[in-house]
Design a protein around this ligand. Structure first.
Ligand code: RRO
Length: 310
């Protein structure tokens, strides 16, 4: 029987496949559903200081090629999730809290609160595409590096950063160099591609309401982009900055590709939304079959083992 386990610092994943932040993980019931499934961990929806209803109207749409969303950070507020942390330890799976702010101070306050309760790790979301009038922190390098420096000093917990897709190799190189200096423990790549849309040609209208109908693109359409982010983060960090991959993963083959690309774990977004938590059972069964067929005994032996053509 192949061994699936991987780890990033204190995060031990018996099965390194779990939900992407924002997909199931916004309420106690959803978080428990993920933890009670075959998922190897849970990531809580990005939390803000105050409870938020998020954007209004139709804010999610999907078709086979992918999905778009403009949720606008709906969540119960950080205190709600902190009050759950102790109860979630009984599942013996990593519980990762994602935090999101509108200004630098928000992140500092959030991390102080998260530090005090038994979450396994904190994923700093610097890449939400859907807040009107606010830029994406992770595209403003000076602000991002200064902020992360300050956050690193406020917690000894395992600290990761959720990043948006980058379009130039040099950007990834610079992020890696600075994150290694700051002491970031892992990155999650990638958040949704910030500007995506679908049009209803019959109605001659957009598919979702907020922000002119343009939101974060995810699912099958972004898989090639996500793969190249993982490969380049692995390459520039020489494997020293662990990567959690997300973006268009819906099958065991997808998981295997992302592991070869350099991911230590993967998150499922759009496919989880479509299929529910049974997808983890299916992925586990299919990945077991794939590894047996390829005679791979330990999944972790394959992390970053992609062959480059000369
Ligand atoms: O809530 C959202 O609109 C949202 C967030 Br915070 C995020 O990080 N990525 C995304 O696609 N949507």
């Amino acid at each position: 029987m192949p061994n699936f386990s991987t780890s990033i610092k204190n995060l031990h994943f018996d099965f390194p496949v779990f939900n992407a932040s924002g997909i199931l993980g916004a309420t106690e019931g959803e978080i428990k559903r993920v933890l009670e499934s075959d998922a190897g961990a849970v990531v809580i929806k990005s939390v803000t200081l105050e409870k938020r209803p998020g954007n209004s109207g139709i804010r999610f749409y999907w078709e086979d090629i992918g999905s778009i969303n403009s949720m606008g950070l709906p969540n119960q507020g950080v205190d709600y999730y902190c009050s759950l942390a102790e109860r979630l330890t009984k599942y013996n799976k990593p519980v990762i809290l994602s935090i999101a702010g509108f200004k630098k101070d928000d992140y500092k306050k959030l991390i102080v609160k998260a530090d005090k309760v038994p979450f396994s790790a904190i994923e700093v979301n610097l890449s939400c595409p859907n807040i009107e009038g606010k830029g994406i922190f992770a595209y403003d390098f000076n602000t991002m590096f200064r902020l992360l420096n300050a956050l690193r000093k406020k917690t000894k917990k395992t600290l990761g950063v959720k990043l948006p897709p980058y379009t130039q190799r040099e950007q990834i190189k610079e992020v890696v160099a600075n994150f290694r200096k700051i002491g970031i423990d892992f990155i999650t790549t990638m958040n949704t591609f910030p500007l995506g849309t679908f049009i209803d040609w019959k109605k001659e209208s957009m598919r979702i309401n907020p922000n002119m109908g343009i939101g974060g693109l995810a699912g099958n359409a972004v898989k090639p982009i996500a793969l190249s982010q993982v490969i380049l983060f692995r390459y520039f960090s020489e494997g020293k900055l662990p990567v959690i991959a997300v973006g268009g993963i819906s099958s065991a083959q997808d998981i295997y590709e992302f592991i070869l690309a350099g991911a230590s774990a993967v998150q499922i977004g759009t496919a989880l939304l479509k299929k529910g938590t049974n997808i983890f059972t299916q992925l586990k069964r299919d990945l077991r079959g794939l590894l047996m067929e390829k005679k791979v005994k330990k999944l972790s032996d394959k992390v970053g083992r992609l062959k480059f053509l000369s």
